[in-house]
Design a protein around this ligand. Structure first.
Ligand code: F6P
Length: 360
């Protein structure tokens, strides 16, 4: 009889802190005498010809401090193509069946799925088909309901703050307006926290449709009032009132890619105020690099929590983080809806209280 064996995979967009989860999973499992195997490139590793490797204390040593994921990942492929939040789109049954067969053939007692909404939607479907899965929430966007924080978010926000600190000096030297576009197709958490901590003058997020008229009036008031610069943080999915989210031409509802509204915002400001304006698209810099202290710790807590869920046989559940404690929620609950920034929430109100405009 072979040892108790579990599998782990990372799927969807990569995220700093994923390796911390993997390492903590391996250490916790090892302490229980379990074996761990890691699937390569997310769920794809479960499909023919099967791609996986043993994860040991030795080959995961030191990975907690590394960005990305040592297992590789994909946000495309067989498992994400037909699944997204709040909709009943399904992964084809033959793909689910093949994955389930791999889990059985390899004698896995559980599969830890580390990912965001699409990954967890796939995990839920596997669970409904009898695969013993547990979930770990992962996204820099922090837009998963049922958890206050996801690892990767803090590192992304650090990146935004660093960018703003740098932009401030060059903007002030040239008396310019700077538009910094950050990630956040559906939610504005990165823009809100990054902009707030980095001292942005304006923050535009999907949850608060803005008006070009109000935005430009605010910029003009600042610049003509003698301010040296105006820093604007824009979530890629921010929308003007009555407008639509800009998506990359040719992408479908299933695989939407944001085209980003940042350059349009900059152009409108230049056209309407005549102020010299530049755009910076921060892009994938936000996802790269080493995880912050908070993301390492949260990743470790989630990894240990996932192994605990397996011990308790809480399959179909996900670790979460609420009220400073890791907890547990059903995956179903977690994927039910995206967690949006509450437009009237305390953080938005506090930002407004210190003079940050939301372009309304
Ligand atoms: O993690 C999600 C996300 O960061 C979104 O905010 C962004 O739109 C997307 O990833 C971009 O992903 P990629 O270009 O890697 O497909």
């Amino acid at each position: 009889m072979h040892r108790f064996r579990i599998g782990v995979l990372t799927s969807g967009a990569d995220c700093p802190g994923s390796n911390a989860v993997i390492r903590a999973t391996v250490v916790s499992a090892h302490n229980l005498g379990w074996e761990v195997i890691g699937f390569i490139d997310g769920y794809e590793g479960l499909l023919f010809p099967k791609n996986y490797k043993p994860l040991t204390l030795e080959n995961t040593e030191g990975i907690t401090a590394m960005g990305g994921t040592i297992l590789g990942t994909t946000s495309r492929g067989h498992f994400v193509a037909q699944s997204f939040a709040g909709e009943k789109a399904r992964i084809p049954q033959r793909i689910i069946d093949e994955a389930k067969k791999t889990v059985l053939d390899l004698g896995l007692q559980a599969l830890i799925c580390i990912g965001g909404n699409k990954t967890l939607t796939a995990a839920e479907q596997l669970f409904e088909n009898g695969v013993p899965v547990v979930g770990v929430p992962k996204t820099i966007d922090n837009d998963l309901s049922a958890t206050a924080w996801t690892f990767g978010f803090d590192s992304a926000v650090h990146c935004v703050v660093d960018a703003l600190d740098r932009l401030r000096t060059t903007a002030a030297s040239h008396k310019r307006v700077m538009v910094l576009q950050v990630m956040g197709r559906d939610s504005g958490w990165i823009a809100l926290y990054g902009g707030f901590a980095g001292g942005a003058d304006v923050i535009l997020i999907p949850e608060i449709p803005f008006s070009y008229k109000s935005l430009c009036a605010h910029v003009e008031k600042r610049m003509s009032g003698g301010e040296a610069s105006t820093l604007i943080v824009v979530a890629e999915g921010a929308v003007p009132k009555g407008g639509e989210v800009l998506v990359v031409h040719g992408t479908t509802k299933v695989e939407v890619r944001s085209a980003g509204v940042g350059p349009r915002v900059a152009q409108e400001i230049m056209d309407r105020t005549g102020r010299e304006t530049r755009t910076v698209v921060l892009g994938h810099l936000q996802r790269g690099g080493a995880p912050s202290m908070n993301d390492r710790i949260l990743g470790i807590r989630f990894g240990v929590g996932a192994v605990q869920l397996i011990r308790e046989k809480k399959f179909g559940h996900m670790v979460s983080y609420l009220n400073y404690q890791t907890g547990v929620v059903t995956i179903k609950e977690a994927i039910d809806q995206i967690k949006h920034v509450p437009p009237d929430g305390q953080v938005v109100k506090t930002a407004q209280a210190v003079g940050i405009s939301f372009g309304v």
